[in-house]
Write a protein that binds this ligand. Structure first.
Ligand code: PMP
Length: 424
């Protein structure tokens, strides 16, 4: 039964049992309306209340400043690989257009201004990516697919200095950042490769004038596991399915200066003149923001679960995400300490300085046959109720995902098993 197992899957992840029990009731009869939460209109006041409460609680958990907007979107993390590029390139073009046309918004009617803008695009439009694992690699590939390799700058790729493999983060001194990039993209925690940025990169911090690069981060797998300074980012996105709720909703936290009335996306006609693509309407942040995430039918049930998970976090930890961070760190330490105690038996895949606290990836090197040792590890783990530990197919080995819903006792049980297996 559910209480017999601890699930360490990489996503979808465990959801808190009490949240699911309440959700089961809400699916049948929400707030005594006789109608379930998934049946109510997304245009109802009740739906707006669910969205607004979830936004308020997320802002509270993460200390999101007032000049940021929270969007609930479709299309998963993968949708955001496209959306971040579309929208922030659009914002870049608008900025250039304003510089060239002296602050006049809308299409520059002057063909000379359009020509100048075209030259700016051809010569200077760059999207920077830091590639540190499979997910940032996919994001960069999407940027290239949409905008062409001439507009994509791989500012760093950890495989170049690590024998073609992920598992490190190149030293910042080697990063080749573009001047005035439309965005600099990184994945804060690489779910497949077990690589996490230990801190916000120094070279992406704003300078003394308060100006800095436009930083976009994929925080799908480590959001709400650590305190972050949202103001360092122009946009953050995360799929719900690891620390927040069921698969189906992706959250975007974006600085309002990238939304109207400060920044409007360039018109479709202008973008066509410039040879640049425009986003499908459901990927246009401006549209989603203007409609409080209800431009089209959103799964209010998913947002409801997100709201319940956030409310639980706020109830459990008076100091909010800092309390959750202390717990996440403690659980990760338990597991890594157990692994590190047996260097002959286990080998953590990424290098020590960039080990993820969330996705703990390691090999079992017991005996001559690694595959057989790992099979035995997985089978014995399952027999003890420790499930979802098989590593991603691209990396092999073991992956223990330490999401927020994995209880301390679950991490303790895993650590104990790791020690016992090593000495058996
Ligand atoms: N980014 C990261 C860090 C991920 O772990 C994942 C997958 N879970 C994605 C992006 C892609 O998300 P999705 O499957 O929702 O498109």
């Amino acid at each position: 039964s559910r209480s017999d197992i601890t699930y360490f899957g990489a996503g979808p992840a465990l959801l808190p049992t009490d949240v699911l029990e309440e959700a089961a009731k809400a699916l049948l009869n929400y707030h005594d309306t006789g109608l379930g939460i998934a049946e109510h209109s997304h245009r109802s006041q009740l739906a707006a209340d669910v969205i607004n409460q979830a936004k308020a609680d997320l802002a509270s958990c993460l200390d999101i400043p007032d000049d940021y907007e929270i969007l609930f979107m479709h299309g998963g993390g993968t949708g955001q690989f496209s959306a971040t590029a579309y929208n922030l390139v659009g914002a870049w073009v608008t900025r250039k257009q304003q510089e060239i046309s002296g602050g006049i918004q809308g299409d520059p009617t002057d063909p000379k201004a359009t020509q100048q803008l075209k030259e700016a695009v051809d010569n200077n439009l760059k999207i920077d990516y830091l590639i540190t694992g499979g997910w940032s690699q996919k994001a960069a590939a999407e940027g290239e697919r949409l905008f062409g390799s001439e507009h994509v700058n791989i500012a760093a790729d950890s495989r170049e200095t690590n024998g073609g493999k992920f598992g490190t983060i190149p030293d910042e001194s080697t990063w080749k950042l573009s001047k005035d990039a439309a965005l600099v993209y990184f994945c804060s925690n690489e779910t497949v490769d077990g690589v996490e940025f230990p801190a916000f990169p120094k070279s992406l911090l704003p300078g003394p004038d308060g100006k800095g690069p436009i930083v976009v981060a994929d925080m799908s797998s480590n959001i709400l596991t650590q305190k972050i300074s949202v103001e360092n980012f122009s946009a953050i996105f995360f799929g719900a399915q690891k620390n927040l709720g069921p698969a189906g909703i992706t959250v975007v936290v974006i600085k309002r200066s990238f939304l109207p009335p400060i920044t409007s996306q360039p018109s479709a006609r202008l973008m066509r003149q410039l040879g640049l693509p425009i986003p499908p309407i459901i990927f246009q942040y401006e549209t989603i923001a203007k409609n409080n995430s209800l431009y089209n039918t959103l799964s209010i049930f998913d947002v409801y679960i997100i709201g319940q998970v956030l409310a639980k976090l706020l109830r459990t930890y008076p100091d909010k995400v800092e309390g959750q961070q202390a717990m996440s760190d403690k659980k990760a330490r338990l597991v890594y300490d157990a692994i590190d105690a047996f260097p002959e038996i286990y080998k953590v895949i990424p290098s020590k300085a960039v080990r993820s606290r969330v996705n703990i990836c390691f090999r079992v090197t017991k005996g001559d046959d690694i595959e057989a040792a790992e099979r035995a590890f997985l089978e014995e783990g399952i027999a003890q109720g420790l499930t979802g530990l098989k590593g991603h197919r691209s990396l092999g080995g073991i992956r223990a995902s330490n999401y927020n819903s994995v209880p301390l006792e679950g991490a303790e049980k895993l650590a104990k098993f790791i020690r016992a297996f090593a000495t058996s």
